[in-house]
Design a protein around this ligand. Structure first.
Ligand code: NAD
Ligand code: TYD
Length: 351
C-alpha cells in the first residue's frame, strides 16, 4: 500500500533515525520531513538520504496551521508520525512557555489540520504521537511504568508532553481520529544534541572539560539505543492497534554515576588515555530542581503483542555511539558553535 507520511521533527535526534529507516525500508512510501530547524534540528543528520527520490523536506512550523494545511494538501498526507517538540528538561525549567507552545499548542494544531484534511474518511488514516516515559513521573527503588500507570509529570517538559498525550487521546474519543501513542525511555546514539547527558559528557571528555553530575549521581534512567526506538516506531506504526498506547524500553537501568564511570572507562580506551583519566573530570554540581529519581519501563506489551525487542546490548550501543562521535568531530563542532555556548554558560555557570 502506498502512503504519504508526514514525519514532524525529522531533522532532530530521534526523528532523523525514523526518517532514514522509513525512507530506506519503504521506497514505495513518500516520506515528508516537516521541521522548523530550531537549535535541535540539523539537516546534516540526513545528508546520506537527502537525494533519495521518496524523501522530501519542508521547513515549516507546527505553530503555523496554515503552513501545515498547505503541506498536507500539496502532498496528500495519509498519515502522521509526530516527533517535533522541545525536548530538554533543563531548558523547560528555564522557559516553560516554549514547551507549552510547541508541545501542546503545536500538537493540537497538527491534530486540527489532520482532522480537517482527513474528514472524508477518518478511519483510513493514522496519527502516531511519539511521547516519553517521563509523563508517568518518578519511581522509587522498585517497580516499573506500565501503560496503565497514572500520569504524574514533574517537570514543565513532562507536563507539556503529558498534556499533548491527553489531547491526542481526546481527539480519538471525541472526533474518532485513529491514533497510537508510544511512551519511550531515554534514548542515546548518534546525532544526539550535546545538551543531554551522554553526548554532553562525550563532548566534554573529548575536550577535557568537567562532567557536571547533578546531585549525588544516584538518579536512574532506562536507556535505549535510538535505532531500536526507530524500529519500535516502525513496528507500532504498521502493526499497533488503533487508539492504544505502547511503552518502549530495553529493561536497561543505569544509575547516572555508574553510567558516567562506564563512559569514562570506554572513552579512555578509545582515546588511548591512561585508565582513570576521564573519571577525574567528574564534578558533582547542584541538583536539577524536581529531579525525578528513577524511570523504568515495562516493555512487555510491545514485546508480547507486536514481537518487538531491542537489537543491540547497551555495551554495543554505547560503543557504536562513542565511535560515531569520534568519527564526526565536524558535526560536533557545528552544533556547539554559536548559541550553544550561551546556553552552556547559563545552564552550568552557577552550579
Ligand atoms: P530533538 O530536540 O532532538 O528534536 C526535535 C525536533 O523538532 C528538531 O528537529 C526541531 O527542529 C523540531 N521542532 C521543534 N519545534 C518545532 C516546531 N515548532 N515546528 C516544527 N519542528 C519543530 O528531540 P528528540 O530527542 O529527537 O525527541 C523527539 C521526540 O521524541 C519528542 O517528541 C520527545 O518528546 C520524544 N522522546 C524523546 C526521548 C529522548 O530520550 N530524547 C525519549 C522519549 C521520547
Ligand atoms: P537528560 O539526558 O537531560 O535526560 P532526562 O532528564 O530527560 O532523563 O538527563 C539524564 C540524567 O542525567 C538525568 O538524571 C539528569 C542527569 N544529568 C546530569 O547529571 N548532568 C547533566 O549535565 C545532564 C544534562 C543530565
Amino acid at each position: 500500500m502506498s502512503r504519504n507520511i508526514l514525519i514532524t521533527g525529522g531533522a532532530g535526534f530521534i526523528g532523523s533515525h525514523v526518517v532514514r529507516l522509513f525512507v530506506k525500508k519503504y521506497p514505495h512510501y513518500k516520506i515528508i520531513n516537516l521541521d522548523a530547524l530550531t537549535y535541535a534540528g540539523n539537516l546534516e543528520n540526513l545528508e546520506d538520504i537527502e537525494n533519495e527520490p521518496n524523501y522530501f523536506f519542508e521547513k515549516a512550523n507546527i505553530l503555523q496551521p496554515d503552513q501545515l494545511s498547505e503541506v498536507f494538501s500539496r502532498y496528500g498526507i495519509t498519515d502522521v508520525i509526530h516527533l517535533a517538540a522541545e525536548s530538554h528538561v533543563d531548558r523547560s525549567i528555564l522557559s516553560p512557555l516554549d514547551f507549552i507552545y510547541t508541545n501542546i499548542v503545536g500538537t493540537v494544531n497538527l491534530l486540527n489540520v489532520a482532522k480537517e484534511q482527513w474528514k472524508a474518511n477518518l478511519s483510513g488514516h493514522r496519527f502516531y504521537h511519539v511521547s516519553t516515559d517521563e509523563v508517568y513521573g518518578t519511581l522509587g527503588d522498585t517497580g516499573f511504568f506500565t501503560e496503565t500507570t497514572a500520569y504524574s509529570p514533574n517537570s514543565p517538559y513532562s507536563a507539556s508532553k503529558a498534556s499533548s498525550d491527553h489531547f491526542v487521546r481526546a481527539y480519538g474519543e471525541t472526533y474518532h481520529m485513529q491514533y497510537v501513542i508510544t511512551n519511550c525511555s531515554n534514548n542515546y546514539g548518534p546525532n544526539h544534541f550535546p545538551e543531554k547527558l551522554i553526548p554532553l559528557f562525550i563532548n566534554n571528555i573529548i575536550n577535557n572539560k568537567p562532567l557536571p553530575v547533578y546531585g549525588k549521581g544516584e538518579n536512574t534512567r532506562d536507556w535505549l539505543f535510538v535505532i531500536d526506538h526507530a524500529r519500535a516506531i516502525d513496528t507500532v506504526f504498521h502493526h499497533g492497534k488503533n487508539n492504544e498506547t505502547y511503552n518502549i524500553g530495553g529493561f536497561n537501568e543505569w544509575k547516572n554515576i555508574d553510567l558516567v564511570k562506564l563512559l569514562c572507562k570506554l572513552m579512555d580506551e578509545k582515546l588511548g588515555r591512561q585508565p582513570g583519566t576521564s573519571e577525574q573530570l567528574i564534578s558533582y554540581v547542584k541538583d536539577r530542581p524536581g529531579h525525578d529519581l528513577r524511570y523504568a519501563i515495562d516493555a512487555t506489551k510491545i514485546n508480547k503483542e507486536l514481537g518487538w525487542s531491542p537489537s543491540v546490548t547497551f555495551e554495543e550501543g554505547l560503543a557504536k555511539t562513542i565511535d560515531w562521535y569520534l568519527a564526526n568531530s565536524q558535526w560536533l563542532e557545528h552544533v556547539t558553535s554559536g548559541d550553544y555556548q550561551k546556553y552552556y554558560e547559563q545552564q552550568y555557570a552557577e552550579r
